[in-house]
Design a protein. Structure first.
Length: 179
């Protein structure tokens, strides 16, 4: 979806936002550097935006998960939900994390790309299964638990849920991708 297309709810422009929204924008932008269309659509519920933003901030900047693994999982979820917005936002982050174009394309297509290390491949399989089926079997979870421990497995699972939440929000409200 292009920037010129309309979201199902009006985007709340940062420069004309009411004070409660401006305060929420400041929290969301603190580490992200700005508030894109995702947050401008979510601004109709400033408290929800703050809380969702805080979860995302933790997952992106403070989680125990390595950046590369996080971006692979995020792309797997974006591909699962055909979320153009997540794809556009996370392709550059994945590239900065050292994920080449062929690997990004494969993961977005729902495949476990060749060349992933065993932990990355297991995380992508886990994300794809969880986003597809809503559950995973022990054969997928056990190696991740062994490698990441309970905190890592919890954060990986929340990562899949968080980006699924955002993808469904973005797709459901037809939030346009920034130019």
């Amino acid at each position: 979806m292009s920037e010129s297309e309309q979201a199902r709810v009006p985007l709340v422009a940062p420069d004309t936002a009411p004070p409660a929204v401006r305060a929420a924008y400041a929290e969301v932008a603190r580490k992200r550097g700005g508030v894109g269309h995702l947050w401008q659509a979510m601004a109709h519920s400033p408290e929800l935006m703050r809380r969702v933003g805080a979860v995302g901030e933790y997952l992106r900047y403070d989680s125990v998960l390595p950046d590369r693994l996080r971006e692979l999982v995020t792309l797997a979820v974006a591909g699962r939900w055909a979320c153009a917005y997540e794809r556009a936002q996370h392709q550059p982050l994945a590239e900065r994390a050292g994920i080449d174009a062929a690997t990004r394309a494969a993961v977005l297509a729902g495949q476990v790309a060749d060349g992933l290390d065993p932990l990355e491949a297991a995380a992508v399989r886990y994300a794809l299964a969880l986003a597809r089926d809503g559950t995973v079997d022990e054969a997928l979870a056990a190696p991740l638990y062994a490698a990441l421990g309970p905190q890592g497995l919890v954060e990986l699972t929340v990562l899949v849920g968080y980006y699924s939440l955002l993808a469904l929000f973005l797709n459901g409200l037809t939030v346009p991708v920034e130019a």
